[in-house]
Write a protein that binds this ligand. Structure first.
Ligand SMILES: [Zn+2]
Length: 257
């Protein structure tokens, strides 16, 4: 039996570009300026690390951060990464009305494309907040020219996830009957359960060797991993796996070739 060589598979690496306090639900946007921003320091560490391992990534930019630190967005672009959007205020999609979501999305896309000249293709919702009750958001992504979403986590979690959703890139029919590509974060299958192995907090909680085994399992099936991260523990990951931006890994499916 011939297995695909996992070393030949290029996986997708993505970064949710935001500061530490912006992802905490308990701290709303109105209070963000009371906190010390660490994003400038962390962004440079992340960019240097990516350069060191020659990895290009997709950066999902929070619109608020782009307005406050425009030079950082230009720097990410200058270093060859692809830009996506992470919305504006980090409010969960299911807590927004469609009109509010659409306005924030437009503001976020506009600022990033004005700063860099890049066309934005993808969206990652704050806290993976595209769930069954907020699927209406997918039509708004299409209306604003995006072609893929990377927000539906096929796991069981108290605040996000659609457990029955497909684990790999697929076309999803929206509420209005259009289609959009869904590119989910990596999960490994153990005992009929989807276990999140695609990064973020899980990378800190789950021992690296378990994450690595789960990721290898995906590559053995011939599928690329979609990973998202903050800077911790990335050196090991970059030594073990090959990565590129989402837009490159799935360029054929997305029609970007
Ligand atoms: Zn976030």
């Amino acid at each position: 039996m011939v297995f695909p060589n996992e070393n030949e598979i290029t996986n997708a690496f993505s970064v949710d570009f935001e500061d530490w306090f912006q992802c905490l639900e308990v701290i709303p946007i109105s209070r963000w300026d009371n906190y010390e921003y660490r994003i400038e320091k962390n962004a440079h560490r992340m960019l240097d690390l990516l350069d060191e391992y020659n990895v290009r990534a997709t950066f999902f930019i929070l619109g608020y951060v782009a307005e406050k630190f425009p030079y950082l967005i230009k720097e990410i672009d200058r270093r060859g990464h692809v830009l996506g959007t992470h919305g504006y205020s980090h409010k969960q999609v299911y807590k927004q009305k469609p009109k509010e979501f659409a306005e924030e999305l437009k503001r976020s896309i506009d600022i990033v494309s004005e700063l860099t000249g890049q066309r934005i293709y993808g969206f990652r919702a704050p806290i993976f907040s595209i769930v069954s009750k907020s699927l209406w958001a997918l039509d708004i992504l299409l209306e604003q020219g995006l072609i893929y979403d990377s927000s539906i986590y096929p796991v069981l979690n108290y605040r996000y996830g659609i457990v029955s959703s497909k684990r790999f890139i697929h076309r999803l029919t929206t509420v209005s009957g259009n289609t959009i590509f869904e590119i989910p974060i990596a999960t490994a299958r153990y005992f009929n359960l989807n276990v999140p192995v695609g990064g973020g907090a899980y990378l800190r909680i789950i021992p690296y060797l378990i994450t690595r085994a789960g990721l290898k399992k995906i590559n053995h099936k011939g599928q690329p991993i979609v990973f998202y991260a903050t800077i911790k523990r990335l050196r090991k990951l970059f030594s073990d796996f090959k990565f590129a931006p989402i837009e490159k890994v799935f360029s054929k499916q997305l029609g970007l070739q």
